[in-house]
Design a protein. Structure first.
Length: 159
């Protein structure tokens, strides 16, 4: 496994790759940024993440591989369908994967998403547009949604 660490507006992000596929992103990592990049996919991921943060990219064109349960993978595949600047609720994702009562399980799958940002779990919000849990903290989620939405509907903090 190879990695690189980048500085971003939401903190340091470690990008991990294996066999020319991205396998994990760790937001808010404490790792150093001087790692040596030995896989081309890491350079591509780094470039695309910078383009995303600078408003030049709305979707990612990267080879990646999920590691999780079948349920988690079904949730993550559904997250890939949420367009830049838009959101879905946990319930909407649950219904889309054919399990409308699994909203909480969708939340747990989002929490375990190994490819946050690339597979946009930050675009999943609570009913009524409320920000709810995010593995890297709601401030990061709020920043990502604001970055994407610019002047779209207002997102509110969880009460």
């Amino acid at each position: 496994m190879n990695k690189t660490v980048i500085d971003s507006p939401v903190g340091k992000i470690a990008i991990f790759a294996e066999n020319e596929k991205i396998i994990r992103l760790d937001l808010k990592t404490k790792e150093r940024t001087d790692s040596e990049i030995t896989e081309k996919i890491l350079l591509k991921a780094e470039k695309q993440l910078f383009e995303y943060f600078f408003g030049e990219r709305k979707f990612f064109e990267l080879e990646y591989e999920f590691s999780g349960t079948d349920f988690q993978k079904s949730v993550w595949r559904e997250l890939e369908k949420i367009p830049f600047g838009e959101t879905k609720t946990y319930g909407e994702i649950a219904a889309a994967i054919g399990n409308p009562k699994a909203g909480r399980a969708v939340g747990l799958a989002c929490n375990k998403n190994p490819l946050a940002i690339i597979v946009p779990c930050h675009r999943v919000i609570g009913a009524g547009g409320k920000l709810t849990g995010f593995a890297c903290g709601t401030e990061v989620k709020k920043w990502l949604l604001g970055h994407e939405a610019q002047d779209k509907k207002e997102i509110t903090d969880e009460n």
